[in-house]
Ligand binder design. Sequence first.
Ligand code: G6P
Length: 570
Amino acid sequence: MECLMVDYMKKYKEWATNPYFDEETKKELMELKENEKEIQDRFYKDLEFGTAGLRGVISAGTNRMNNYTVRRATFGLANYIIKNTTEKEKNRGVVIAHDNRHMSRAFCMETANTLAACGIKAYIFDDLRTTPELSFALRNLNAIAGIVITASHNPPEYNGYKVYWEDGAQVMPHIANAITKEINSIHDYSQIPTINEKNKNLVVMLGEDDDSTFIEAVKKQVIRKELIQEVGKNFKIVFTPLCGTGNVPIRRALSEVGFENIIVVKEEENPDPNFAGIDYPNPEDKRALDRGIKTAKENGADLVVATDPDCDRVGVAVKATNGEYVLLTGNQIGGMLTNYIIEGLKEKNELKENSALIKTIVTSEFGADIAKSNNVDVLNVLTGFKFIGEKIKLFEQTNEKTYVFGYEESYGYLVGTHARDKDGVVASVLIAEMAAFYFSKGLSLYEGLIELYNKYGFFKEETISLTLKGIEGLAKIKDIISYFRENKIISINDIKVVDIKDYSKGIDDLPKADVLKYFLEDGSWVAIRPSGTEPKLKFYIAVKGDTEEISNKNINEIKTYIDKTIQKLM
Ligand SMILES: O=P(O)(O)OC[C@H]1O[C@H](O)[C@H](O)[C@@H](O)[C@@H]1O
């Protein structure tokens, strides 16, 4: 502990006095001199480059997002590229996109300039762009890697740095680990090359054509074009980009496929780094859809669609027959899209025999059961859309399976293979199309959901997220998981545990991951994992009952059990 203290104080002093760091940084740090706890938190470690890249609070410090930590990460990535690819591969360059957050443009330029200084071409956009467009563009431009400056749905004080590889998916753990090694070997910031006259032309600006090719790729995924054209005039959609990147591409895609009645939530239309007062711009959080639902009520809209700041996730609310707006979960939307896509393909006689649905191990079996009953294979991967992207690549190489659809419970979906990450643009279009399909039959999306539940059983899922910040929080997260790992739980809420999967052992052909999953006798399951993007411990609960009442009762009881266990451990 002593050593740790010396270490963070030493680093703090270095940043606060070394002429390498700019005056503003030094001033910000000097103001902290009486606040040891804050100094410790900012300097006790380097911001970790995890499997989701960097993500942290924007401010000065080694454990924060700032120009220096972005520069260091980029130098590490550049070194990885230089050492592990051929000259020709390296020359394919890196595409960079960014969202609307504080410092996003600055971090994008910092990244582009550092890459160029290392002799690597950096493609940038003139303004903010979505994550799925980056995933698409990097394959379209045949780049070697991609970067998105975004903290996705985190609160406004955060920013982040996600890295993609040539296949269009976020880097796999082995590449992330190798990049981390490179980053960790950089101790002296002054060694990082800076841009000069000779290499500045390696920063290349992308144009409008790149947007159009992406939108065209999205539009190709539409299943029932004529239907949209028929009902597109009457079907009313309220859309909110939650002040993020989704506004331009989604409005464009929706209107180009034939939706004429799109109302955008006024307060949330334009990019805003403070997200217009939305504390947590995450469509998983029901408050994020409050204004959307209000606007929908005022306009009598049929559907509310909300995308997160970098537009890879989508939340949905729908008008039920009683006129009330109901929020759908990621599991519900994913299950419904699975059904809609499979039925659509069947109608056109295009459902291949080797079709496969890909979902994560913490995603409900709702979509999986629908797929299986249509003879579509189901593949389970670890949390993280990159693992879905990895399977798509494998399918392409081996022709072993045909990708039908992939999704995660956390509101991420990908229809088509144009992108290799969840795509909020294509998902919004397909969700609108699916809702328009039900609308044409006189049903709301909600009633469509109930129809499916009546056929396949009432699935119900819930996630409990425990926020535990800082060093102590991290330790607590470890303690709680250890408790569940070490104490053999034989029943949850009096229902027998019939199987326990500990994914840290590397099971089911999956890479090792800190996830535990309990399977109960009645088909319910509970999974526990630490978040990879936020200081949170997550519990996922899933049940299935013959009626909604049974499912509600079961899930509430399991939830109470977990809440009580957590309280005991806090
Ligand atoms: O680790 P969590 O906080 O649960 O987040 C999990 C998410 O991480 C990243 O954002 C990935 O891109 C997502 O595909 C994944 O769902």
